[in-house]
Ligand binder design. Sequence first.
Ligand SMILES: Cc1cc2nc3c(=O)[nH]c(=O)nc-3n(C[C@H](O)[C@H](O)[C@H](O)COP(=O)(O)OP(=O)(O)OC[C@H]3O[C@@H](n4cnc5c(N)ncnc54)[C@H](O)[C@@H]3O)c2cc1C
Length: 462
Amino acid sequence: MDQVRTFDAIIVGAGQAGPPLASRLAAAGKTVAFVERSLFGGTCVNTGCTPTKAMVASAYAIHMARRAAEYGVVVPDGISIDMKAVIARREAIVAKSRNGAESSLRADPAITVFTGTAQFVSPKTMLVGDDLLEAEHIFLNVGARALVPNLTGVHDVPYLTNSSLLKLHYVPSHLVIVGGSYIGIEFGQMYRRFGAEVTIIERADRLVSHEDPDVSAAVLDVLQREGVNVRLNAECITLARHEQGVSAGITCPEGDEPTSIGSHVLLAVGRTPNTDDLGLDKAGISTDSRGHISVDDQLCTSVPGVYALGDCNGKGGFTHTAYNDFEIVAGNLLENDQRRVSDRIPCYAMYCDPPLARIGLTEQQVRQSGRPALIATRPMSRVNRAVEKGESLGFMKVLVDAESHHILGASLFGVGCDEAIHCLLDVMYAKAPFTVISRAVHIHPTVSELIPTLLQSLKPLA
Ligand SMILES: Cc1cc2nc3c(=O)[nH]c(=O)nc-3n(C[C@H](O)[C@H](O)[C@H](O)COP(=O)(O)OP(=O)(O)OC[C@H]3O[C@@H](n4cnc5c(N)ncnc54)[C@H](O)[C@@H]3O)c2cc1C
């Protein structure tokens, strides 16, 4: 082993927080050791948001091509998917992001890039291959990976995860998906549109079960219209090889089929943090029961000087929350700006088509809180822009505090809603009452145009 190499900071993981933090520290005159063991850009760029949204766009294109006649467009019979072209397009988009992230780090003279797995030796030192690195500040941005549930037979079958599914260069004849939440639904609708038979197995009695029941029902309706087979109250407990591919053994209500057989099986039951091989015990860094690194409101771990950002801290689980973690740490350490995780308003989207956009509290959470509230809903079939586009499935729902008139939360499930929701989110950040936006004049014809109208129809939550 070489002598210890001393830096101002060590950053582990080239996900969404590590690279901008490295550049920010370097700009502030600090020396940085940057460690990545795999692909620059991490999950979002390589196996998460970017490749899936690129493929969702291809799936949307073939879906609309099939619907062409509804728009008076004549296309020849025999529309088909060219999976190699879909993947080539996706990989070109991914490569651009990945290379951009890597080259800007390598080009910075204040940043030294190390390739390998970083492990703690003590609270201030980490080992990467033969290199022993030391720094006063250590930033962990190690992300998460697909959780492989402990099902009987799971290791006897060639199961897929969000990463390995991206390596398939063809459309499976029948994709069985274990898990009816964001990742399962995005892949399920996408592969159905590519031409696969798709079965989603979900143990809860509804899809995306932490959303409101009306949202779950609307998502189910969209999937079923497209021919996705959804099995609810169905818990996959075993996997076994089958002559057609894979057989999933299921506990389900009496009378239902206790197996689902497909050519391929995708496990989409959650994510687990990459904290098990970091040697956290050598540094005395605490984790919670799921392996997330415990942090305070400014993302400091139980060891002063060591910070955890992104999916590994369990505070977000999204690209925008990982990036915001960078902003919080940079603000506190370099800009005397005391930003906090608790300043963040929950917000995310599920990129099925139409997209589901969510901010703040659900209706269920508002009801549980017991506070007096107002609610308004509007079907997308009463949004002109959606009707004109021929994409009028879904609905919008917003909840407001009856006393303060502050927006508590919203679920917008419809075309363009992933963008439109930001006018509500920004009013929440402004800590302004809903009347600021209910009196605004928005551009016609847009989905956002109906948000003031939606707010004008608020009624007490019964
Ligand atoms: C299929 C899918 C779709 C998604 N879609 C969306 C979406 O649409 N919108 C959204 O906001 N979020 C989405 N997400 C979630 C999003 O991708 C993650 O929240 C985000 O990428 C987390 O970034 P991160 O910086 O925490 O970690 P990551 O991006 O996972 O980066 C961690 C990096 O650390 C490296 N590493 C780990 N351990 C070590 C070690 N010991 N030594 C050296 N290097 C190490 C890894 O190789 C990796 O490169 C999606 C996720 C998946 C799986």
